[in-house]
Each structure stands twice: as structure tokens, then as C-alpha cells.
Design a protein around this ligand. Structure first.
Ligand code: DX5
Ligand code: ZN
Length: 226
């Protein structure tokens, strides 16, 4: 993967919600490719985060694409509301969805980008039949539900495997990773084939600020060879 085309997707889960607009503007100015919005229902994952009103507010302050990572038990139920609020892309989990193909078709019929997400314990092989239908794959590099968790190194072979699958059957499909991405782990995932990096705490909780954090992440990729 050419490190020059690696895209950053700041996750606002780690942002200061009292200054959300400002922080997203900083990320946009610093070259973020998209804003990652983590939606949790306290059921699919053991945490509650944010919903439609946050997307409505964000839509008014940024032109960046808003990608919605749905960590909820019934994603189909909320697709229209999130679309009306201004969402551009949906990331839906393979886990717990008995009708993933239908969910993906519903997202496409709303004219939105769609990605499928797999958890750390889920093998890459489950993607085989669904890959032709999606615009991106998100490999979780932590268990979903919380920010600021340590990166799971055991997910790296899977990132490599998914990159091979994409090269074979869906060139152009984005390969995104989410969880524990910082200046130490970013080069590892990019070397393995990721081209979109979600980063929450390493961007929004950096002592030098959002722009410096994003520069540091990009700089960490300058010697990646793969
Ligand atoms: C975790 C979320 C992530 C989270 C990542 O369930 O999907 O997007 O915000 O946070 P960091 O980058 O702090 O690991
Ligand atoms: Zn996420």
C-alpha cells in the first residue's frame, strides 16, 4: 500500500463533546478524509454513545463525508433516520446480522456507501460472498465498544488476508482498520494493507492538539514498505 494515499478517519468518540464542532473543523483543516461516528446501543456492545442528533449537528459544520459505524442490534431500523440527518456511509457488522445482504442492499438503495465490519474473532473468510457488494471492509483491531484500547496484534495477518481478497475480487474497495491506531501501530497496519485508518484517542486526546496528532500519524507512515 502506498503510504501517500492512506486516509485518516478521525473517530469523534474521543473528542471533547462540548467543543465537537471546533474539533471536527480542526480535523478537516488538517486533512482528514472523513469523520468516523461510532453509534452504540448498550446491547450490541456494552456501551452507549451517540445517535442521529449528533450527525445532524455535524452535517451543519463539516463538508467531510460522515461515516456511521453502527454497533447496534438493529441497524436496518435506523438507516433512514441517519440518512436524513446527513450521513454519507454506513459500516455494518457481519456479527449478529442474519440478513446482512438485505441490510447492505437497503443502504445501497438509499444511495450511500456501505462497508462491512468484522470483529477480531471473526475470520476473513466470511467476507468472500459479500465482498463484491461493498465499497469498504473494516477490520476491527480491538473489540468494539470502547475507545483507547490496546491494538490487537493478532489481527495483522487478517488485514493481510483481506488485502489479498480485495486485490483478487474487488479492486478499489477500501480496507479500513479501527482501534488502537497510533503512530506506533499505523505503520504495521499500512504495511499489512490497510488504506484507511480510524483513530480516536491518538488524534483527539493528543497533548499537542488535533493537527499535530494527524501530522504525527502521517509521518509515522513515511518508511512503510510492503
Ligand atoms: C471502538 C470504536 C472506535 C474507537 C477507536 O468500538 O469503533 O472507532 O473510537 O478509538 P481508539 O482510536 O481510541 O482506539
Ligand atoms: Zn468505530
Amino acid at each position: 500500500m502506498d503510504q501517500n494515499i492512506v486516509k485518516l478517519a478521525p473517530s469523534i468518540l474521543a473528542a471533547d463533546f462540548a467543543r465537537l464542532g471546533e474539533q471536527v473543523a480542526e480535523a478537516e483543516q488538517a486533512g482528514a478524509d472523513r469523520i468516523h461516528v461510532d453509534v452504540m446501543d448498550g446491547h450490541f456492545v456494552p456501551n452507549i454513545s451517540m445517535g442521529v442528533p449528533i450527525v445532524e449537528s455535524l452535517r451543519r459544520v463539516t463538508r467531510l463525508p460522515l461515516e456511521i459505524h453502527l454497533m447496534i442490534s438493529d441497524p436496518d431500523f435506523f438507516l433512514e433516520q441517519f440518512t436524513k440527518a446527513g450521513s454519507d456511509a454506513f459500516l455494518v457488522h457481519w456479527e449478529g446480522n442474519n440478513n446482512l445482504h438485505r441490510t447492505i442492499q437497503s443502504i445501497k438503495s438509499l444511495g450511500k456507501h456501505v462497508g462491512v465490519v468484522i470483529n477480531p474473532a471473526t475470520p476473513a473468510a466470511v467476507l468472500e460472498e459479500i465482498l463484491p457488494d461493498v465499497d469498504q471492509v473494516l477490520v476491527m483491531t480491538v473489540n468494539p465498544g470502547f475507545g483507547h484500547q490496546p491494538f490487537l496484534h493478532t489481527t495483522l495477518p487478517k488485514v493481510r488476508r483481506v488485502r489479498q481478497m480485495i486485490a483478487q475480487s474487488k479492486p478499489g474497495c477500501d480496507l479500513e482498520v479501527d482501534g488502537g491506531i497510533d503512530a506506533t501501530t499505523a505503520p504495521l497496519v499500512v504495511a499489512a494493507g490497510a488504506n484507511v485508518l480510524v483513530a480516536g484517542s491518538s488524534i483527539f486526546n493528543h497533548s499537542a492538539g488535533v493537527a499535530a496528532a494527524m501530522l504525527q500519524l502521517q509521518a509515522s507512515l513515511s518508511h512503510v514498505v510492503n
